[in-house]
Design a protein around this ligand. Sequence first.
Ligand code: GDP
Length: 318
Amino acid sequence: MFNNLADRFDSIFKSLKKTGSIDESALDNSMRDIRRALLEADVSLPIVKDFIDQVKKEALGKEVLNSITPAQMIIKIVNDELINILGSESSELNVNGVSPITFLFAGLQGSGKTTTVAKVASYLKKKHNKNVMLVSLDINRPAAFDQLKILSEKINAFILPKIEEQLPIDIVKRSFETAKLQEVDCILYDTAGRTNIDEQLMNELSSLEKEINPLETLLVLDSLTGQEAVNVAADFSEKINLTGSILTRIDGDSRGGAALSMKFTTGCPIKFMGTGELIDDLEIFYPERIANRILGMGDIVTLVEKASETLEEENAEK
Ligand code: GDP
């Protein structure tokens, strides 16, 4: 997904490395190029602005370390700021709570929500050894339950049976009773898809959230839709208390803007990314690894970290 952006950073850093000393005008040139690269990757303007300001502030205020070139220093600063907008530390799914712990999935229709519910359920089974139950709260689309049922069979998980005409709020109540009887550890709720932000469905989602009181409320977003995904995220995060987002179709040729804008927009971390149509095509989102994928400068980052550790040690000895 980040190939174009990675190429752009590669050429920016190549020309930066050629510049022996970095004065304010050399820094300005690189920042202009980085700004353009981020905008072309479809990162939202306020985020780009914030990013550039932050890097500049750091770069101008930083003491250049012995044995490190100014270019290497800037690369490290850009790397750190990239990690910062991607979400600092990885924030794995919260699985600590009194059983049954609950996960609510929201998102637009076609974003990959139902597939993602099954992927996360399979992850909980395999990685955390949890007894999971899937619940479809989408009563508008008759095929929604069937789709989730097919997926539940694929991963060998229990799905709450359907009772015709039962309202979502009553399905939730029934799910709690069944979870007790079946000794379920985790309940995953698939909600009704929306083609766009629809007031009535949003209100329904909000009341389901109150009834379920989920440990995690996860917004599923199609990374291919770029800025549109960012707008959707902004709308959803106004209505419900999101704890994380999941970006799907990372395997497609999205430009990366959604990933780089999401933390800033929702205030909560990206927890997973969907990397294909199969159940196992799900990866935990590690900001540090993604930054390295974009910049490809892991060696330099390590070098600068070592140099600053050495400086700290020397200072301490003094
Ligand atoms: P929903 O309407 O939001 O529930 O979306 P679905 O789960 O039905 O997914 C819509 C389509 O996207 C299906 O064909 C999925 O197989 C596909 N899909 C979901 N996640 C991914 C992903 O990470 N990568 C790719 N390539 N396809 C995905």
